[in-house]
Structure formats: structure tokens, C-alpha cells
Ligand binder design. Structure first.
Ligand code: FES
Ligand code: FES
Length: 165
């Protein structure tokens, strides 16, 4: 079979992978060890396979890997800074929005894309951003609460210095 080289950044690291032209991005990411990208419906309906591609959430089950050439991909594994969880990850844990966890990575990345462009979303905007993510365990109330709480949390740059508090 004719193979090709795919060059892209994944979680801030340059990668160069050998792929077949028909390989699906979901399969390639998992083959390369990114198991936080989940295989759910494979028809673009559940959102479990979501990653950020150049900052936008995409369903990797619907994309050829070759379409990610030159792109920046963020998977759920790329969100924490070392030991420090992303505020969305913390909020999901604090609000009981994680149960089996199968949907969680995709849901958090969908929420991250929203907060990156709209840091103070309304509940309706959060619900809309999560609409493509199916969760069999929590319903949507807890994830919605978690995203709203993460949005309300002061950003690092807005932290009040101790001496001024
Ligand atoms: S596995 Fe891609 S949307 Fe369900
Ligand atoms: S936490 Fe189980 S599917 Fe969402």
C-alpha cells in the first residue's frame, strides 16, 4: 500500500508519522498512544473522539489523518501543565461531572474551545457547546455547572496578590 508522511504538532510536540492516505485521524492518534481520544460511535454523533485542531473542536472519526497535515492538535492528554490540571479538569472533578469518563475528554475540549473564544459564556452557550457530546452517566447538568464554574474562576493573571487581599 502506498504510504505517506504526516507532519503535525500534537500537544505542543512536533510529530512525523507514516500513514496510509485513507487512515482516519482517530485511528492514527490512538495508534500513536493518545488513548484519551475515545472511539465511540465513529459516525460523528457522540463527540467522544473530539480533539482541538488549530483551536477548533473536531470529530476525529470523521477526518482523514492526512487532513491534519501542518496542524496543531490538542488531545485531553495535552491540557494539564505537568501536575497542574486545567481549570476545566478541576471543575469537572469538583462538580461530579466525571463518572465513567468516556465522554469527559471530548467534553472538556469542547468546553475549552468555547472558553477560549468566550470566557464568560451564558448557560445557553455552554449547553450549545456541549450539545454534540453524549454522556450516558451524568446527564448534562453537572458538566454544564462545571464549565460555568471554570469560567467564573479567576484566571491566573487575575489572581489577587496576597498582600493586596
Ligand atoms: S466517535 Fe467520533 S463522534 Fe463518536
Ligand atoms: S461520564 Fe460516562 S459517558 Fe459521560
Amino acid at each position: 500500500m502506498k504510504m505517506m508522511t504526516l507532519k503535525l504538532q500534537v500537544n505542543g510536540r512536533p510529530q512525523q508519522w507514516t500513514i496510509a492516505p485513507g487512515d482516519v485521524l482517530l485511528d492514527v492518534l490512538r495508534r500513536e498512544g493518545h488513548f484519551g481520544v475515545k472511539r465511540g460511535c465513529e459516525t460523528g454523533e457522540c463527540g467522544a473522539c473530539t480533539v482541538l485542531l488549530n483551536g477548533k473542536p473536531v470529530n476525529t472519526c470523521l477526518m482523514f489523518a492526512a487532513q491534519a497535515e501542518g496542524c496543531e492538535v490538542v488531545t485531553i492528554e495535552g491540557l494539564a501543565q505537568g501536575e497542574k490540571l486545567d481549570p476545566l479538569q478541576e471543575a469537572f472533578l469538583d462538580h461530579g461531572a466525571v463518572q465513567c469518563g468516556f465522554c469527559t475528554g471530548g467534553m472538556i475540549l469542547g468546553a475549552k474551545a468555547l472558553l477560549d473564544k468566550q470566557p464568560n459564556p451564558s448557560e445557553e452557550e455552554v449547553r450549545e457547546a456541549l450539545a454534540g457530546h453524549f454522556c450516558r452517566c451524568t446527564g448534562f447538568r453537572k458538566p454544564v455547572e462545571a464549565v460555568l464554574a471554570a469560567a467564573r474562576k479567576p484566571k491566573a493573571s487575575e489572581d489577587i496578590p496576597e498582600e493586596a487581599a
